[in-house]
Design a protein. Structure first.
Length: 160
């Protein structure tokens, strides 16, 4: 999607070779792959400050990770079993959302917005406020305006 090959992609040979030598090497290969992916996305504009490479591991691999690389604030296994699936899901959703945001939303431009069928010409004009937001990008404000317009068309009595 970026036009460049993502760095750090572990080959199946690397994964099987590391798995046959020992668990620590296999975990290092996987963690390095996830860390390279996160850094690559950050360089391209993704906001992934809450995502750590170990949060992308499976539960079994995370248990191995906590045993091999203990920290002072490591949780108890019962707590990890309860909390980690939510943390893992949140991390993966954040990664996928940021991929969509940096690679797909950038394709939405004011020019494309004006040419959309089904939009009235008055509504398809980008406002100055849309370009000056410090919270949303221009693409995100265009998407919000498009959604608001169609919501108001479908629900004329409850406009937002």
């Amino acid at each position: 999607m970026s036009g460049k090959k993502a760095p750090g992609q572990a080959t199946p040979k690397q994964l099987t070779a590391a798995a046959h030598t020992n668990v620590k090497d296999a975990l290092k290969v996987i963690l390095t792959q996830y860390e390279d992916l996160i850094n690559f996305l950050k360089v391209n504009g993704a906001h992934l400050n809450t995502v750590r490479p170990e949060y992308l591991l499976s539960l079994a691999d995370y248990f191995k990770f906590t045993k091999l690389f203990p920290k002072d604030d490591t949780l108890k296994p019962k707590t990890i079993e309860r909390v980690f699936p939510y943390q893992q899901t949140e991390s993966w959703v954040t990664v996928f959302f940021q991929i969509l945001r940096i690679y797909y939303l950038n394709r939405i431009t004011p020019k494309n917005f004006r040419n959309l069928p089904g939009m009235s010409p008055a509504e398809s004009i980008t406002d100055v406020a849309m370009t000056k937001s410090n919270v949303y990008s221009v693409s995100e404000t265009i998407l919000l305006k498009w959604m608001s317009y169609h919501y108001n068309v479908m629900n004329p009595l409850h406009t937002r």
